[in-house]
Design a protein around this ligand. Structure first.
Ligand code: NAI
Ligand code: AKG
Length: 443
């Protein structure tokens, strides 16, 4: 049995039931076989065994009182996975599905993603099974204050810097930051995605979606093509989906579909993004409300968004939202390019289909890295006590995404798999972290 297989077998034995973590680790580690062969010192230093074990894993009680006066209890998590190249960095997810396996998969992915940005940030992730949907602002604030009352002792501008993810946007970051400041009496860059009046960075809100489209455009450019005139399907309708749609439209593409966890909309004339922003960002409503105003558009309950024929597919909702059958349908319908705004939206089978059929395909850890990269730019601005213009941040973001595309292409080519950006992203992201870990001894 190979070293990689032994590590994976042991990981599954030690972490039973954490299926998303098993999936993420399998995807990464199986592509590292050739790197391990070339670098036997990694095995001697038990590097992979150390890499798959978080440096620290926190689980805590989050009690709060709802509007009716009832006491509610949720579970909070923070997994500080790897600090070889910088302070732990990664978002918080508030969603009823959250469990330790999901937080660990996200934290594990974050290690390699953050490495690909070229910026000094380690990997971490956190969250809670709290569901902000249907809660009043007062209840969300009560929950966030209780969550931070435990979390504050573990984080810090040079230790661990959380941000948003599913269910955590500007409102939640504001309440979390307020409570951190109140407890610690420190005004520091302990969270990113902050509001613009208290240390946030221009373009952070847009960064994940914009970055996704910049790297997609770069991949098309490398194939002498552009986004102009392309038919695009975007899943989700949250932060990443909205700003991916905005940038794709600015570059001349026609985005025809969006979704949420209830269903999906199809608008043949192109999505009216101002309407989507009003529904999702202002009213916090459901995507089906779109067809009440745009009566020519269609709404379909449930899954099925990947049956829409398109040139470019941008999954921006959640993990495992695109399975093997969905991939085969997209390919049959002529998809040219797939780039992931969400973390691990494609199952291992779907990924295999894209690679086997030579579809231009960029996995999430490379394609959605613009969000965390811009968070690191927010940290830099806070450290300098400066704020940069939107154009300056956006320019840096574009440069970072082009650089990620170059790194993943070069690594894929160097390991005899040109165009395989799953392998390219994993190897390029891994090598920097692995070399830093080797330099720092057995820790
Ligand atoms: N916000 C950020 O900066 C980054 C987010 N991501 C990833 O992007 C994805 C979306 O995150 P955000 O847009 O920030 O969250 P969000 O909370 O703003 O939006 C999530 C969207 O996905 C939809 N969704 C959730 N579960 C779904 C399901 N089962 N089927 C269909 N739609 C579903 C929700 O209805 C919502 O529209 C997640 O995978 C997240 O981890 C990745 C990098 C950075
Ligand atoms: O901005 C950040 O720190 C993290 C964003 C995030 O959660 C992610 O990259 O998945």
């Amino acid at each position: 049995m190979s070293y990689v297989s032994e590590v994976l077998e042991e990981l599954i034995r030690k972490n039973p039931g954490e299926k998303e973590f098993h999936q993420a680790a399998t995807e990464v580690l199986t592509t590292l076989e050739p790197v391990i062969e070339k670098n036997p010192q990694f095995q001697k230093a038990a590097l992979l065994e150390r890499l798959v074990e978080p440096e620290r894993q926190l689980k805590f009680r989050v009690p709060w009182v709802d509007d009716k006066g009832n006491v509610q209890v949720n579970v909070g998590y923070r997994v500080e996975f790897n600090s070889a190249i910088g302070p732990y960095k990664g978002g918080l997810r508030f969603h009823p599905s959250v469990n330790i396996g999901i937080i660990k998969f996200l934290g594990f992915e974050q290690i390699f993603k953050n490495s690909l940005t070229g910026l000094p940030i380690g990997g971490g992730k956190g969250g809670s099974d709290f569901d902000p949907k249907g809660k009043s602002d007062n209840e969300v604030m009560a929950f966030c204050q209780s969550f931070m009352t435990e979390l504050y002792r573990h984080i810090g501008a040079d230790t661990d810097v959380p941000a948003g993810d599913i269910g955590v946007g500007g409102r939640e970051i504001g309440y979390l930051y307020g409570q951190y400041k109140r407890i610690t009496n420190r005004y520091e860059s302990v969270l990113t995605g902050k509001g613009l009046t208290y240390g946030g960075s221009l373009a952070r809100k847009e960064a994940t979606g914009y970055g996704l489209v910049y790297i997609t455009a770069e991949m098309l450019r490398a194939h002498n093509d552009t986004l102009a005139g392309k038919k695009v399907v975007v899943s989700g309708s949250g932060n990443v989906a909205i700003y991916a749609t905005e940038k794709a439209q600015q570059l001349g593409a026609k985005v025809v579909a969006l979704s949420d966890s209830n269903g999906w909309i199809y608008d043949e004339e192109g999505i009216d993004l101002a309407l989507v922003k009003e529904i999702k960002e202002v009213r916090r409503g459901r995507i089906k409300e779109y067809v009440q105003t745009r009566t020519n558009a269609e709404y379909h309950e449930g899954k099925g968004i990947w049956t829409i024929p398109c040139d470019v597919a941008l999954p921006c909702a959640t993990q495992n939202e695109l399975n093997g059958d969905d991939a085969r349908t997209l390919i049959k319908n002529g998809v040219l390019a797939v780039a992931e705004g969400a973390n691990m939206p494609s199952t291992l089978e779907a990924t295999e289909e894209f690679l086997k059929n030579k579809i231009m395909y960029i996995p999430g850890k490379a394609a959605n890295a613009g969000g965390v990269a811009t968070s690191a730019l927010e940290m830099s601005q806070n450290a300098q006590r400066l704020s940069w213009s939107f154009e300056e941040v956006d320019q840096k973001l574009q440069g970072i995404m082009v650089n990620i595309y170059r790194q993943i292409s070069e690594a894929a080519a160097a390991y005899d798999a040109p165009g395989n950006f799953v392998l390219g992203a994993n190897i390029a992201g891994f090598l920097k972290v692995a070399n830093a870990m080797m330099d720092q001894g057995i820790v």
